[in-house]
Design a protein around this ligand. Structure first.
Ligand SMILES: Nc1ncnc2c1ncn2[C@@H]1O[C@H](COP(=O)(O)OP(=O)(O)OP(=O)(O)O)[C@@H](O)[C@H]1O
Length: 325
């Protein structure tokens, strides 16, 4: 195998920068064939992944694997680069190059969902043990207003969770690692108080249309977790073709406490103000601008008119128990 490793030195509060020398030493000791590429700015992993695929295709590397070393953002950008590359080169007939993950970020929700060890040595061990790629479904959305599209490995959120992402990213405490957890929870409390409910229209695959006049948290998710380990959709799975859609209508303070309690018991989807769907495709439309997030990265403050579905991509991961779903 030849490993093409994309490293985000800033992932996990500069964890990448600290850990990479140890990873490199280990790879050399084990005589592993690899090439490393370091991200230098936001979005850089997209173009690096495309450049790597260009090199691999030009030089015919049948046993190449791309490894994203970072958090959910780095993996998101890597997959985006791969999807773009293959969309731009439909003539390529050889199997797509699989992607693996060394999760050294802060949240690592994708790694949590796929049970990828969060210690780099254990995660590397699983990568070396892997024999065949596993087909994973990832979220794909088409933004009808702008005629653009994109992908999400974890979730696409509108409302509360996206506002938390926005506030946490703009918090003055963000760059102080010892306060980042505190800053996150301050952002959650701030968002609960400030997010205004909004009208959301959902079009289901059979054409049925539902309108929620007081949507508060809307998340289309590819696996159970969001926000660094919150089990928002316990039955969602990357091995299923369906995406899960969770809509929470503006709760009262008492209902928020009930929601948190039921969340801990994984029974929150039964609450009257929570709506849950698991479908191969659907459309979401909002009239008022709200914050959005994709895989924990800010999407801006805007209205949404988008359709959602899944696409598959080969991953270089050890299969987990529910891979047969
Ligand atoms: N050299 C760099 N300098 C600044 N930002 C960078 C650099 N390289 C990558 N980035 C950006 O860092 C951001 C965060 O990366 P990533 O999501 O992988 O780590 P994380 O936020 O610690 O983990 P998680 O998303 O799992 O919480 C991404 O948006 C990415 O584009």
């Amino acid at each position: 195998m030849e490993y093409f490793i994309i490293v985000n030195p800033t992932a996990g509060g500069n964890n990448g920068r600290k850990i990479w020398p140890q990873i490199e030493q280990y790879l050399k000791k084990k005589n592993i064939s690899y090439r490393a590429y370091f991200t230098e700015y936001d979005g850089h992993a997209v173009s690096i992944a495309m450049r790597i695929l260009d090199q691999i295709t030009a030089t015919n590397h049948p046993d190449a694997i791309i490894i994203a070393t970072g958090g959910d953002g780095t993996l998101h950008e890597t997959i985006l680069g791969c999807m773009r590359f293959y969309a731009e080169h439909p003539q390529i007939k050889v199997p797509r190059v699989p992607v693996g993950l060394l999760p050294i970020g802060s949240g690592n929700d994708f790694a949590r969902a796929l049970k990828i060890p969060r210690h780099w040595k254990k995660a590397l061990h699983d990568i070396f043990e892997c024999q065949v790629p596993t087909k994973i479904h990832i979220g794909h959305f088409i933004n009808h207003d702008l005629s653009t599209d994109g992908y999400f490995l974890n979730n696409f959120g509108i409302g509360l969770d996206a506002t938390v992402v926005y506030l946490a990213n703009h918090s003055l405490l963000k760059h102080h690692k010892q306060f980042s957890g505190f800053s996150y929870w301050v952002s959650v409390l701030h968002a609960i108080q400030t997010v205004q409910p909004f009208e959301l229209t959902v079009t289901h695959p059979n054409g049925t249309v539902h309108t929620y006049s007081k949507a508060f948290l809307v998340t289309a998710t590819n696996h159970p977790y969001f926000g660094g380990g919150i089990d928002i959709a316990p039955r969602a799975s990357v091995y299923k073709e369906q995406l899960d859609l969770v809509i929470v209508e503006k709760p009262t303070y008492r209902q928020i406490l009930l929601f948190i309690f039921m969340l801990l018991l994984k029974r929150h989807l039964h609450l009257r103000f929570v709506h849950h769907f698991s479908e191969t495709h659907f459309e979401l439309k909002t009239k008022k601008a709200r914050y959005g997030q994709i895989d924990g990265e800010e999407l801006g403050h805007k209205t949404y008119n988008a359709s959602y579905e899944t696409k598959d991509y080969p991953f270089w991961i050890k299969k987990t128990d529910n891979s047969q779903l």
